[in-house]
Write a protein that binds this ligand. Structure first.
Ligand code: 5GP
Ligand code: MN
Length: 337
């Protein structure tokens, strides 16, 4: 922290990066930190590999976020890497989460810093500020700003971005927030102008009717509970998604619903992508969704929230999943009590 503070004592060019399929914490942390560092007099760029869901596009500063896969994104990102005095990674624990930005990151020569709340995997930056006990990276950025005596630089826009990261990663203060200090951070961010009501309205209150119907279809027609295992899943093919005019982010949160069923402690959403099947995994209690994802589905994440990929068709993915659930049956049963 002392080193970082000293580094920031003169105006710098900074590049903030976050992960593929950016969620509220990725975008909220990147933009929130960008607002704070800009207020301090630094020149800051933030970039992500691909676009965020529509319900995050209202976040203050989103219009200046570089989206690498977009037209102009590659040029802007290359320029930002070329001029950066430091690259700050937020909310991911392995460089492959940078998707197509990974090559530029690996080729970069600037010093690198990682701020994250995932359990650490490999060390891929020069400096790290990692705390897996926190519910979001956005909370870590707020705490870091306080310890660097930068709290006065947190504008209402910055506070709203950070609060959005905290709210979305805790699923509206449901998970990963069973420690009182988080609510002190929330209170401080609200005092600084963080607009909780707007975040709720934009993130949870702007479904399209197609999205709501896709949720209904997923629960009524597609949710399967594997009897006696505590595991449930929903699988959605591209044709099904198309039927409901699927837009990026429409299935966000669907995976949480089966966990409200008493017997279910492990829930997985399979969505068919162009060249692979994407998995979202959620669990309650001690069942390690991240270990399951990394062992069987090329992924990882947190104990109770992880992601992964399967290269093959949906039928094969589900068969692979059912086989893996059988192997994990003992742990599933033990985690239930
Ligand atoms: P989601 O299901 O929302 O896509 O992801 C849930 C959690 O798992 C997030 O914390 C995310 O960062 C992590 N995650 C998602 N996909 C991957 C992946 O492919 N690899 C790793 N290591 N983590 C992932
Ligand atoms: Mn996060």
């Amino acid at each position: 922290m002392e080193e970082f503070k000293k580094f920031l004592s003169e105006p710098r060019n900074l590049l903030i990066l976050s992960h593929k399929n950016p969620d509220g914490d990725a975008v909220g942390s990147a933009l929130g930190f960008k607002h704070i560092l800009t207020a301090m007099g630094h020149t800051v760029t933030a970039a992500v590999p691909d676009a965020a869901p529509g319900f995050l596009k209202w976040l203050p500063g989103h219009k200046d976020l570089i989206i690498f896969e977009r037209k102009n994104g590659k040029k802007a990102a290359a320029e930002a890497f070329r001029t950066a005095d430091m690259i700050i990674c937020v909310d991911f624990n392995s460089p492959d989460r940078l998707g197509d930005l990974e090559c530029l990151f690996r080729a970069g020569t600037s010093p690198t810093l990682l701020i994250d709340h995932h359990p650490p995997q490999e060390q891929f930056t020069d400096m790290t500020r990692i705390d897996p006990t926190r519910g979001s990276t956005a909370e870590l950025i707020y705490l870091m700003a306080v310890s660097l005596e930068m709290e006065a630089m947190i504008s209402p826009d910055a506070a709203t971005c950070l609060l959005a990261g905290i709210m979305t990663d805790t699923v509206g203060f449901k998970v990963s927030c069973s420690y009182p200090e988080i609510f002190e951070t929330v209170a401080s961010l609200m005092r600084l102008g963080g607009n909780k009501d707007r975040i709720y309205e934009e993130v949870y209150g702007q479904f399209s009717s197609d999205r709501m119907r896709l949720l209904g279809y997923s629960l009524v027609q597609k949710m399967k509970i594997i009897p006696g295992t505590g595991a449930a899943y929903i699988d959605l093919t591209r044709a099904e998604l198309k039927q409901f005019n699927h837009k990026k982010g429409d299935t966000e949160g669907f995976v949480n619903y089966p966990l409200s069923i008493g017997e279910v402690i492990f829930s997985v959403l399979f969505t068919e992508q162009e060249d692979h099947i994407k998995l979202s995994l959620r669990s309650t209690g001690n069942f390690p969704a991240n270990e399951f994802a990394s062992r069987y589905f090329n992924g990882g994440g947190h104990l109770n929230a992880a992601g992964g990929r399967f290269f093959g068709n949906m039928e094969q993915a589900l068969k692979h999943f059912e086989g893996a659930v059988e192997i994990y049956q003992g742990l599933l049963t033990n985690s239930k009590s």
